[in-house]
Design a protein around this ligand. Structure first.
Ligand code: GA4
Length: 339
């Protein structure tokens, strides 16, 4: 295994927090689909309200998750290693990426809980029912959003995207992330010292620690719910990181690489990362809707224009997933599939 060397401290541009575009699922359907398309073109991210996932389902899973992450390290390790499914701590993927995060990663199809749930919870069926209930509800929301996207882009086959995650062989996964509260990093790196008169930071400064490094999500669509602790940041332009205001009542939806390819680049799979909060632990639950391994991914011909012919070659999800796992977290892997 490759061991990562600590990344150099870079001076980064950080913008004040933004409110993502808000999509209210209870609004009129054509308006919702129009707004979703706009958000996916402009930001690759949006905030979903009135999503219909019952609060008791979310609360049950949050409670079970905190109970697990509150256990001793030795107890939690019994639910590991993450290969890739199971409990993992600090290691992300297999190529040396690390972050201040611990997590449980599950295959949703079939749900890969049963063998491990006895190590995860003292009441294993309570834990697996909480995960099952949440995944079922959130998958329905995911299918609805994908149909609305197709409608909003006037793609005649409106289930062209949702069909992939409804497929009996879909490869969707689910992740519970726990970012423990950690003090700020004291950066004393003289080489990186900013001595310019405009620097308000002085000879050294305090910076937040990285929980999950910058990356794009490989799948079709990600649906993320987090507690009321800030941490998610998105990269809107090169080098500019924008913190997203946390909202536990909403779901945060983002476009994955496969959807960027299928929309011929009209939707953007935006790079994001998670920072650690210095005072409160952050808990996020992420559903990654993915096609079956054998599914052939190609840009939708309806989305070609004379100025924008097909940008990506056809590939299978198995091929793409293999590429993702063979590269580092922050790699822009979709470029390898450009024509
Ligand atoms: C990013 C999105 C999901 O969390 C994930 C991650 C996966 C992992 O943590 O094992 C990957 C990462 C994610 C992208 C590139 C590869 C695979 C780590 C990594 C270096 C579960 C996924 O599907 O892709």
């Amino acid at each position: 295994m490759v061991v990562a060397s600590p990344s150099p401290i870079k001076r980064e541009k950080l913008q004040s927090s933004i409110e993502l575009p808000i999509i209210d699922l209870s609004m009129e359907r054509s308006e919702v689909s129009r707004l979703i398309v706009k958000a996916c073109e402009d930001y690759g991210f949006f905030k979903l309200i009135n999503h219909g996932v019952p609060h008791d389902i979310i609360d049950a899973l949050e409670e079970e998750s905190f109970r697990f992450f509150g256990k001793s390290a030795a107890e939690k390790l019994k639910a590991g290693p993450a290969s890739p499914f199971g409990y993992g701590s600090k290691n992300i993927g297999f190529n040396g990426d690390v972050g201040e995060v611990e997590y449980l990663l599950f295959n949703t199809n079939p749900l890969s809980i049963s063998q491990r749930s006895k190590f995860i919870s003292n009441d294993p069926s309570k834990f697996s029912n909480a995960v099952k209930g949440y995944i079922e509800a959130v998958r329905e929301v995911g299918c609805e959003i994908l149909d609305l996207m197709a409608e909003g882009m006037w793609v005649p086959d409106t289930s062209v995207f949702s069909r992939l995650i409804r497929d009996v062989d879909n490869d969707s996964i689910f992740r519970l992330n726990h970012y423990p509260a950690l003090p700020l990093n004291l950066n004393l790196n003289l080489k990186d010292r900013d001595t310019s008169p405009s620097s308000a930071l002085g000879p050294h400064h305090l910076s937040q620690r990285i929980g999950f490094g910058e990356h794009s999500d490989p799948q079709i669509l990600t649906i993320l719910r987090s507690n009321d602790v800030a941490g998610l940041q998105i990269s809107l332009q090169d080098g500019l990181w924008v913190p997203v205001i946390p909202d536990p009542a909403s779901l945060c939806v983002n476009v994955g690489d496969v959807l960027q390819a299928m929309t011929n680049g009209r939707f953007v799979s935006v790079r994001h990362r998670a920072m650690v909060n210095s005072r409160k632990p952050r808990l996020s639950m992420a559903y990654f809707g993915a096609p079956p391994l054998h599914a052939c991914i190609s840009p939708q011909p309806e989305l070609f224009t004379p100025h924008l012919p097909s940008l990506y070659r056809s590939f299978t999800w198995a091929e793409y997933k293999k590429a993702a796992y063979s590269l580092r977290l922050g790699e822009t892997r979709l470029d390898l599939f450009r024509k």
